[in-house]
Design a protein around this ligand. Structure first.
Ligand code: ADP
Ligand code: MG
Length: 531
C-alpha cells in the first residue's frame, strides 16, 4: 500500500482502504446477521435480551434484537438503519432485510476476490433489483377476504401464542377496515387507535371498541352517567376564573374594590358557560382544569364535563366527533361544535372508564390481562398486526411465503443473467444466490438439511409452479396458497430494495477513516460540564 501525500493530513485517523475496507465491512455485516439468523421464520428461536439495568425481554423479532444491542461498527449501524426503515415502512420483514444485506455483501466479496471491480457488482445488483421487482408484480395476486387474515397471521408467526395471534389478527383487520374509511396518511393506525390497558381479566377478553375510551369520570357525579346523541365542545385550555396574580396590585384600601374584582371575574366566567349553553352544548371536554365553582354551574346548565385530557386523546376525540378544539370558550361558534352518538361510564377493575362514540374514525384497543408485561406484549403484537393489515388495504398484493418467492426470483434472475455481459452476469448470479439464503435459513432453523431443501424446492417449483414453498413441518414442500402462508408484496418489495440499497452503499465504500480517540479521554469530556 503506497501512502500518498495527503495521508499526512490524516494523522489523527486510522485508515483502512480498498479491499481491506470491504473485508472489514462485510465481516461486520455477517456477524450482525449471524446474531439474528436463528430467529427467522415460524421455527425460529427466541433471544433473551438483558439490558444494562438487568431487566430482560424475550423476543423473536430481529429488529428488536439488533436495536437493543450496543452495536458500534458503522457498517453494522447501516444494516440496523435499513432494518429500522423496513420496520417503519412495512412493520415486517426486518430480519429478512438484514440477512439479505449480509448475503449480498458476502457474495460481492467473493466476486471482488475473483477480480471483479465493486462497481461492476453494483451495476449487476441494480439490474437484478429492477428485474426482481418486475417479476414480483407478475407473481403476486390480490388478497381475497379470507387470505387477508392468513397474511396477517403469517406475519405474526412466532410472536405469541397461536390462539392469541388469531384473535389479534381478527381485531387488527376489523380496525384496518374502519381506518380505510379515511384516506391518506399511512401512520393513521398509530393515531386513530388508542391502546388502553385494564389490569383485570385475561388476554382473550381483549377487544376493540368503536370510539375513545378513557380512564376518567365526569367532573360532577350529579350529572348523568350516560347521554347522547348530542353536541360536544372541546376547549384546548382551562375553564377557571381568572386568578388574582400575586404580582397584581389592587388598591385594597377600599374592600369594595376587591369584591368588585371577584364579581367581575365570576361574571366573565359565567358568561362563558352561558355562551356554551346557548350554543346547545351537551358535553364539554376541557384539556386543562375546570374549577370547582364552574362544576356546579355546568351541571345546572345541563352540560356534562370532563377535564384534563392528553393532547392526543383530545385530537382523537376531535376526529371522532368533528368538534374543533378552541382555546377561548367565548369565541366558540356553532360550526366548531361536534356531535357524539353516545357517552357512557362504566366501572371496570374498580376504575371509572368513559366511552365516547361518534361518526368519525377512532377506536380503542382494550387489552385485559393480569400483568403489565403480558398486556404490553399483546399491544406489540396488535401494533404489528394492525400495521400490516392497514397497509394491506392500500397495497393488496400478496406473494407465497416459505421461501417460495425468493426461490422463484433466484431462478428467474439466473435465466435473466444470460442476457447480460459476462461480468455483470456473475454479479446477477451472486444476487440470485443471496435471495436463496431466505429458504435456506428457514429450512435450517426448522432442523432440515438446507442445501437439500433449496434444491428440491426449486425442482418442485419447476414442476408444479412458483407458489410451492417450504413446508417446514414435513421438511418437504407444498402449495403456500393452500397452507395460507403469504407475505405481503409491500413487505417483500421494500425488504429487497432496502437491502440492495444498503449493500450497494457498503460496496461503494473504498476508504474507512476512523477518528482516533485517546483511550485516556474520559467519556464525560464532551459534556457541557464546564464548571
Ligand atoms: P422477518 O423479521 O423478516 O419478518 P420472520 O421471523 O417473521 O422474519 O420470518 C418471516 C419468514 O418466515 C418469511 O419468509 C415467511 O414467508 C416465513 N414463514 C412464516 N410462516 C411460515 C410458515 N408457516 N411456513 C413457512 N414459512 C413461513
Ligand atoms: Mg415477520
Amino acid at each position: 500500500m503506497v501512502e500518498s501525500d495527503h495521508d499526512i493530513t490524516l494523522q489523527e485517523t486510522d485508515r483502512i482502504h480498498g479491499r481491506t475496507a470491504l473485508v472489514n465491512n462485510v465481516s461486520a455485516a455477517s456477524s450482525l446477521a449471524g446474531a439474528i439468523s436463528s430467529t427467522l421464520g415460524p421455527k425460529g428461536l427466541d433471544k433473551m435480551l438483558v439490558k444494562e439495568d438487568g431487566t430482560a425481554i424475550v423476543t423473536n423479532d430481529g429488529v428488536t434484537v439488533i436495536e437493543t444491542a450496543n452495536v458500534e461498527h458503522p457498517t453494522a449501524r447501516m444494516l440496523i438503519d435499513a432494518s429500522s426503515s423496513q420496520d417503519r415502512y412495512a412493520r415486517d420483514g426486518t430480519t429478512t432485510t438484514v440477512l439479505l444485506i449480509s448475503e449480498m455483501l458476502q457474495n460481492a466479496l467473493e466476486l471482488v476476490r475473483m477480480g471483479i471491480h465493486p462497481s461492476v457488482v453494483v451495476k449487476g445488483y441494480e439490474l437484478s433489483l429492477d428485474e426482481a421487482l418486475r417479476e414480483i408484480t407478475r407473481l403476486s395476486i390480490d388478497a381475497s377476504e379470507t387470505q387477508r387474515k392468513s397474511v396477517v397471521k403469517t406475519s405474526l408467526q412466532g410472536k405469541g401464542d397461536s390462539s392469541l395471534c388469531d384473535k389479534i389478527a381478527t381485531l387488527a383487520i376489523e380496525a384496518a377496515d374502519s381506518l380505510s374509511k379515511e384516506s391518506g396518511n399511512v401512520d393513521l393506525e398509530r393515531i386513530r387507535v388508542k391502546r388502553i390497558q385494564i389490569d383485570e381479566g385475561n388476554l382473550m377478553e381483549t377487544k376493540l371498541v368503536n370510539g375513545l375510551m378513557l380512564l376518567k369520570s365526569r367532573v360532577d357525579i350529579a350529572s348523568p352517567k350516560k347521554t347522547g346523541p348530542g353536541k360536544i365542545a372541546i376547549i384546548d385550555g382551562g375553564l377557571e376564573p381568572a386568578k388574582l396574580e400575586i404580582s397584581a396590585t389592587i388598591e385594597v384600601g377600599n374592600p369594595s374594590n376587591l369584591r368588585e374584582f371577584h364579581k367581575r371575574a365570576t361574571k366573565r366566567f359565567k358568561d362563558k358557560i352561558e355562551h356554551l349553553s346557548s350554543l346547545g352544548v351537551d358535553l364539554l371536554v376541557v384539556r386543562e382544569g375546570i374549577s370547582d365553582e364552574a362544576i356546579s354551574m355546568l351541571t345546572d346548565s345541563g352540560i356534562t364535563a370532563y377535564r384534563r385530557f392528553e393532547r392526543k386523546d383530545m385530537e382523537l376525540l376531535s376526529t371522532i366527533t368533528g368538534a374543533k378544539p378552541v382555546s377561548n370558550p367565548m369565541k366558540l361558534t356553532k360550526d366548531e361544535l361536534g356531535t357524539f352518538s353516545s357517552r357512557s361510564e362504566e366501572r371496570i377493575a374498580d376504575v371509572s372508564h368513559t366511552l365516547i362514540e361518534g361518526d368519525g374514525v377512532g377506536m380503542s384497543f382494550v387489552v385485559r390481562g393480569s400483568s403489565r408485561a403480558i398486556r404490553e406484549e399483546a399491544i406489540r403484537i396488535f401494533d404489528d398486526a394492525l400495521g400490516v393489515a392497514h397497509r394491506l388495504n392500500g397495497y393488496p398484493g400478496i406473494l407465497p411465503g416459505g421461501g417460495a418467492t425468493q426461490s422463484h426470483l433466484a431462478r428467474h434472475l439466473r435465466k435473466f443473467s444470460k442476457s447480460q455481459s459476462g461480468r455483470e452476469q456473475l454479479a446477477i448470479e451472486g444476487y440470485a444466490s443471496a435471495l436463496e439464503s431466505i429458504p435456506r435459513i428457514l429450512s435450517e432453523n426448522a432442523g432440515w438439511d438446507p442445501v437439500e431443501s433449496i434444491l428440491s424446492l426449486s425442482a418442485d417449483q419447476k414442476e408444479s409452479g412458483s407458489w410451492i414453498g417450504l413446508d417446514l413441518d414435513s421438511g418437504g414442500s407444498s402449495d403456500m396458497a393452500e397452507k395460507g402462508v403469504f407475505d405481503p408484496e409491500f413487505v417483500v418489495e421494500h425488504a429487497l430494495s432496502g437491502a440492495t440499497e444498503a449493500a450497494i452503499s457498503v460496496l461503494r465504500i473504498d476508504d474507512v477513516l476512523w477518528a482516533r480517540t485517546d483511550p485516556s479521554t474520559p467519556d464525560w469530556q464532551d459534556d457541557e460540564l464546564e464548571d
